[in-house]
Ligand binder design. Structure first.
Ligand SMILES: Cc1ncc(COP(=O)(O)O)c(C=O)c1O
Length: 423
């Protein structure tokens, strides 16, 4: 499609957008009384208006039923989390029994590493991306120390080629082959948080499995953003947070995937608690642990329903819309944003380098040559919520659920003004 940099054109695209009606289903912050242009769905998604109802329902049940709410609330709390499995499985391309919701992301990755990182004297290495999200780096280092291993010997960081901002799949596969039978685990971010690169999860998983390793994915920036087929790709495990593209609220419950082949096993290493034991006999308070036959076996504590409820509200919306429609809109809006950036570039001295490769989801990471932190501050003060990463990168992530084409056009106008005013 031939894009145009004007308001009428942007409004026309919005009028044709089948998801346009969802915009008013979200609460937008305001700056100077005006709804912001929100680019940080990759950090914290906006609050859906219906979420309040889901949370209020639990607050009311708690007030009116107290402990009886566990079994007698309209949505009883004791198995509340089970309602999420089916819709969530669709979002991540899994079977319902392969997913569950529990804890938070880093905690879940640690718990999954307990099961799927089982180093031996020969096979002990972990492949991860260089400069992985810091929490993942701390997790790797502390897991390795826990096993008595030194991160400098056991952690293999995938490097980019000199002068390039992205990882080449061929290089990753080569590194997997090279590490060979020393490789215990491949654990990467499905979408890199800094550059927005989408990894070829199918090919990388296949290579990792062929090397005899476990393969897991940190899907913080992937879930609700790109197409995922965890089951078909044959990944061993994955975990993600729900507060970015899934709009479930700050620090809220995380999801996990455990491949069917690891389910219903008693002999698997796992940190266990009473919510992972069979629900039929859970309240018999027996000493033996009888694992749930699905991913719920990894549940430890009784579910924090106040944090799971917003995730259920969000999944209701994902069910209504479907990933296919979200991805189609995402492709359109990101392409329009890229076009707008190049239009602005023609009218100013500065240049923008989009370091996100073509394999991308919502996020464009833009290196600002000749502009610095003051431009970022200008954007924030003028109603554009974006984020800044050292040394000079802004990350723009227009979430398809609530961002409009008009937002992209208006952003271009504000950006141009900010640069021309030489902030
Ligand atoms: C890629 C990635 N991994 C891990 C985390 C940590 O998440 P949490 O604080 O929920 O454990 C984040 C948070 O933004 C992230 O982006």
């Amino acid at each position: 499609m031939q894009f145009q940099n004007n308001l009428e054109f942007a409004r026309q695209l919005d009028a044709e957008d089948s998801l346009g009606k969802y915009r008013k289903e979200f609460h937008f912050p305001k700056v100077d009384g005006k709804q912001v242009i929100y680019f940080t769905g990759n950090s914290l998604g906006l609050q859906p208006k219906r979420t309040q109802r889901f949370v209020d329902e639990i607050m009311t049940d708690w007030a009116e039923l107290a402990v009886e709410g566990h079994f007698h609330a309209e949505k009883p709390w004791w198995d509340y989390h089970e309602k999420l499995a089916k819709p969530l499985a669709k979002v991540v391309g899994a079977k319902p029994e392969e997913v569950t919701v529990m804890n938070t992301l880093t905690v879940n990755l640690h718990l999954l590493m307990v099961s799927f990182y089982r180093p031996t004297a020969k096979r002990f290495k972990i492949i991860c991306e260089e400069k992985a999200f810091p929490s993942d780096q701390y997790m790797f280092a502390s897991q390795l120390r826990f096993h008595g291993l030194a991160p400098e010997n056991a952690l293999v960081e995938l490097k980019k080629r000199d002068g390039e901002h992205f990882w080449r799949t061929a290089d990753i596969i080569e590194k997997i082959k090279e590490t060979g039978d020393e490789l215990a685990l491949v654990l990467l971010g499905g979408v890199n948080y800094y550059t927005g690169q989408v990894f070829d999860m199918s090919k990388i998983t296949k290579a990792g499995k062929a090397a005899g390793a476990m393969v897991g994915w940190d899907l913080a920036h992937a879930v609700g953003n790109i197409e995922l087929k965890l089951h078909d790709w044959n990944a061993d495990f994955a975990a993600w947070c729900s507060y970015k593209y899934m709009n479930s609220g700050p620090g809220n419950a995380s999801g996990i995937f455990v491949n069917q082949r690891h389910l219903n096993k008693k002999d698997i290493q796992r940190f266990e608690g009473w919510w992972g034991t069979k629900k039929e006999s859970r309240f018999l308070m027996k000493p033996e642990f009888e694992p749930m036959a699905n991913a719920d076996a990894w549940q430890i504590s009784n579910a924090p329903v106040l944090s799971v409820a917003p995730y259920l509200a969000s999944l209701e919306m994902f069910e209504e819309v479907g990933m296919e429609a979200l991805i189609a809109k995402r492709k359109g809006i990101v392409a329009y944003l890229e076009f707008i950036l190049h239009e602005v570039e023609k009218e100013v001295e500065s240049t923008f380098e989009i370091i996100t490769p073509e394999d991308r989801g919502c996020q464009l990471s833009v290196f600002l040559h000749g502009q610095g932190r003051s431009l970022f501050d200008y954007l924030m003060n003028n109603g554009v919520i974006t984020d800044w990463r050292e040394p000079n990168v802004i990350r723009l992530a227009p979430a398809p659920f609530y961002c409009s084409y008009e937002d992209m056009f208006r952003f271009g106008q504000i950006l141009k003004k900010g640069i021309l005013e030489n902030v």
